[in-house]
Write a protein that binds this ligand. Sequence first.
Ligand code: BGC
Length: 836
Amino acid sequence: MSDPADLSRPPGGGGPTADTWTLEFDILDPAGEGRREALCTLGNGRFATRGAAPESRADDVHRPGTYAAGVYNRLRDEIAGRVVENESMVNLPNWLDLRFGVGDGWTDLSAVRVLEHRWALDLRRGVLNRKLRFVDAAGRTTAVRQRRLVCMAQPQLAGLHTVVTAEDWSGTLRVASGIDGAVTNSGVARYAGLAGDHLDVVTTAEPAPRTLLLMARTNQSEVRIAEAARTRVRATGAPDPEPRLVRDGERISHEFEVAVRAGEAVSVEKVVALQTSRDPAISEPALAATEQVAAVPGFDDLLTRHELAWHQLWRRFRVQLDDLSGAARRTTDELLRTVRLSVFHVLQTVSPHNVDLDAGIPARGLHGEAYRGHVFWDELFVLPLLTLRLPGLARALLRYRTRRLDAARRAAREAGYPGAMYPWQSGSDGREETQRVHLNPRSGRWLPDTSHLQRHVGLAVAYDIWQYHQATGDVEFLADHGAETLLEIARFFAGVTTYDPSRDRFRIRGVMGPDEYSTRYPGAAEPGIDDNAYTNVMTVWLLLRAQEVLDVLPPTRRAELVERLGLRPEELLHWRDISRRMYVPIAPDGIISQFEGYRDLPELDWDGYRRRYGDIQRLDRILEAEGRSVDDYQASKQADVLMLFYLLSADELRELLGRLGYALPPEAIPRTIEYYLARTAHGSTLSALVHAWVLARANRAQALEHFERAVVSDVADIQGGTTAEGVHLGAMAGSVDLLQRCFAGLETRRDALWFNPHWPIALGRLEFTVEYRGRPITVGVIGREVTVSAGSGAGAPVRVGCGEQVCELRPGETARFMAVGVPLAGPPVETEPAAR
Ligand code: BGC
């Protein structure tokens, strides 16, 4: 690994520091504030609030934001003569709003001398701490300490606790605690020219003493949102002050005045409830929010319950790196903290509370407005982490897709295909939300966006359904929802497949693969490329699973489904035919071509571009600004062909290709990897995940570099500014998943948990917990050795294997294996053939 100090240090200072459970920021850095806000976001899956300073309002530096899972709204704009409609995850009223002032006016941090300003995100407890000391123009020194949480125990609640100390002055401290409804979606500079006004404030009120209420409604989707805030101010030597209600446009607040003497502290406790009309188990949001907030005894009570909820989550998502000291220890501490940060943000976006919601996994979390909160294929990279710890949550998230099956069917029908065509970008109702034009900030030009042609998103949905079933054995989910969705997706892919008599092969033409830099052939009037290898091979995989899923279903359900879908034997035969004769572009040198004709495109002068531009991740924008097109080169944004190695084992891929009559000789794999490595700009944070994975067994040093890059995607803001607009959830979850499925080599198949460990000894002993068939399993990995312990308590044994060894692990038992196959200790083993 490279210098450990680089792990989390973003360029330009303001870098996070501290122990493996704390992320600290101790430099005031306006340029880095957006990134800090995103990384300090607190959430509970139901809603999240960016780590903005409570006294800040949206401007060039600060982007306060609160977003609730699944709360979207549509707005229209006219761009370049055409009307476009965008659906966005809505920025909700700012409940953080809290200002303080000494004498007249409110403290403005840009007008005082700041002595200390530190933020510390406590990952273990889910608390954001802030420490601020400043001297104002009159020479008075004031200290402020704040703690905040978005409650993981009771997902409607949040709290902000502030203590203001008059260090060396006596006078009047003023506090304003409000709810600001005058908010818009303005968190992404590129969208600045587009409408962002989603909310109408319906009413403000004071429903109970010291309690404020603000009701708002989204102006198209008519989601009602209520926020209630109760603020209590306590001074050391005086009775609690009564608030004055202030209404200021769409903002409502309580203002307090307290007389303080030098050395005295004033505490301000704000407890907030946020409810929307999409929440279950309520009459209406305002009533629910008011009642919720009234029922909270105080911030500390909320904190106690919140900490317990996090404690329980961390028990399931435990990750540890041990057994090192000195410099090596510091490296692994940095790494461990970043891994924990990733788990933390994944769980703040999708938590056990999401089981009751109808919401997908937004690619940028609930942490910012990039991609408008849309759901892409990224759940492919997120679900493996969840399925092995919170299978019920994984199932609930898959329901987001299965509930939108009808929308996908409509989309397929409208495009002239059978089955279900899932949208590349999905929001509220499952229609295609991909923007039709996008802005190149380099050239200032609005350009057609054809990324909706990434039909492979449906393959990811089907893959996720199948993997969930494989890991959990949950047939009920397949029977109720999963199988129907998978079959309809299979139908769609069989429908887009056409027979080419000249080759006696089936082909898929006019689509896009995962690589977003290959949208069309040079000079072509129509977008789309032919025979994207990833899409074609995964279609074959899918058509085979479609047959298998029918076999897995209980007979009654199978019969019902076949009847309801009108699945005829000829259709199944046709699928089988495709699964034997799909075309895959493979060159004579054995390298799988990304699509038909990719290898005929000119090579890009990679070195030249790197020299000229330094960072060429967004090669598409660079070339467009130069009047060229990235489509015209063998240049990929992200892993595309290599996705096949990420999703399928070498044996599976070899078998699929063999079925089609293609060979995949062993040497073709490293050659293919090397080929694409040299032609990939990694303009997506997902790319490093896939490269780490595919390199893990062949070139561990390079694999670790990619892993490191993936894991620090946000903490180091490797794309130079995108983290401020929301974290990259796929990279966060996917890098933690690399630890378990790639470096520990964990697989769930044939009703057993299998391991193939390959973890550098230099990084210490990796330990993590998973849940398998209802039992907690602790896994310890170092080098090529793995220790597997089953949690105690009643229950059936689980089967655990490594290489050719497999054993039954009873509750409380531990087994140790070396990847070469010799069991070191533990229960007796039997031998099974290795499949990987
Ligand atoms: C990537 C996609 C990804 C999306 C959302 C894009 O930059 O190319 O593969 O789904 O970001 O994360």
